[in-house]
Design a protein around this ligand. Sequence first.
Ligand code: AGP
Length: 599
Amino acid sequence: MCGIIAYSGGRNGAALIIDGLKKLEYRGYDSAGLAYGAYGKINILKAVGKVNNLEELVLKNKVNSACLIGHTRWATHGKPSKENSHPHTGQPGAVALVHNGIIENYLELKQKLTAKGHKFKSQTDSEVAAHLIEENLKRTLSFPAAFEAAVKQLKGAYALVAMYNREPGVLMAAKKQSPLVLGIGKGEYFLASDVPAFLQHTKRAVFLEDGDIACIIPRGYKITAADGGPAKRKIHTIAWDNTSAQKCGYKHFMLKEIFDQPQAVEDTLRTLPNDIKKSFGISARRAKEIKGIYLVACGTAYHAALAAKYFLEHFAKLPVEADTASEFKYRDVNFQKDWLFCAVSQSGETADTLAALLNAKKAGLRTLGVCNVLGSAITRASDFTVYTRCGPEISVASTKAFTSQLTVLYALSLQLGFARGALSKPQFNELYKELLRLPALLAAALKKQEQVKKTARGIFRKKSFIFLGRNACFPLALEGALKLKEVSYLHAEGFPAGEIKHGPIAVIERGTPVFALAPKGFLEGKILSSCQEVSARGAMLILLTNDAAQNGLLLPRVSEYLFPVIAAVPLQLFAYYIAAFNGCDIDRPRNLAKSVTVE
Ligand code: AGP
């Protein structure tokens, strides 16, 4: 939820820190700052607002340093301000530090340090860590030892990177629950919250684990594990090329990622062979023993989980509980031991989802992660992880990860259904063959771009939008509303279509745009009745259908339960164009961050 990028090597790193921060702005951007070592001193520059403001300061100060730490912030403790932006220094200011996460015991530590004469400049929890290190340096000359002793006193979630003016070129880093990746270049090293920050300089990455402490020195690095011993961490070669993390000519990452979906789903399907053990880590025997499934996630990922509830109940004939992680975590759940727990997350770092997953693990449930980021916390906490292979999703509004999650969960439903005998071989083969056509079906749905854009131009000045769906399309109504809210800041709400008459219809006025998802199928008549109810009250009905007999946005013919995946595309495009016509900052919407790594 904040972005960290640090560099230690043989060249002036100022420009690459700024460039790295720009690539991390999607993680939060209410302020930014950097610290750089020069001639035995640590200098700090900070700016409120976007990274461009910091860049101006760097150019004005002609920063030239081979050891720097940078940070872009999404406020959790203390309002967005220069004082609260990172890096923070301790007292007397020999150590500079950047932090992503929440130090839960910072008040207690702050009191103890204040009693020892420390004066704090900010309201943040992070500053405490810098003072702790400097307090420890009074007792030891070793920066690594002082850093490690400070980390041991912290409770909560943190990715920390610190530098010390007496040890030029040395970076100390610690990781617990917040992401931190080490980039290994030729004689130079990077530390970052996420790979895109250093991808153009190196594709070699080490994903630090919880409890790891990394020491970067100009000639190498050392990672110590939580138990104090040397940590053997795999060096991954990142498949993403630098362009895949760029916009490829689209005006916004969101539009690029909407159009990435056919490829994203194709890449995801490629890793889902028709073998439930290989695809989902579930043996044929275990598939028969599973008595139910918990599906837990947040935001858009929750909408994918909710849609999967309908897929699994229909194809696998299994009871399913789909819940938002923030609610599930505190429900008095009497876990059913023979249920599978599935956490769905694009970033793999969402604190609420991770906490719910850890609760399930503690209760002894087998856990399955559906995630997009290699080496992220949820993937490491899950017994088995299925990856959505959609590459970096940069835009705060999740699109290609969503349809990739639906693809994985639809495949799980079919494979579980077949393994449990709920689907015959011919039924399974036919349904799986259709699933493999999904990339082409999404490409066909994308061809409706101009029709969606034209409709959006007619309604972008409206102030309230309603979305209706039934069965597996109800979660898509919720997702269509969330997408629109996120990027346009307009009021939008999704309802089960059958519910509209039980109250919400009161908000319908003449001209209120109502999106209705009405695929050809067993509920088509029901949804069309709801459409009549709202039209009778003057609503402007926008039908998303695959029934050529209807007067709406015509999408490809697919079976009932695959329609929601196709319908996601026009809903995403509506949100995009309504926001674009309103001149919104689509990739960096106000108040939001790409990954919410705090509760
Ligand atoms: C989606 O457009 C939002 N950015 C947000 O709801 C997001 O889906 C949610 O925070 C969950 O994130 P995750 O998938 O990384 O866990």
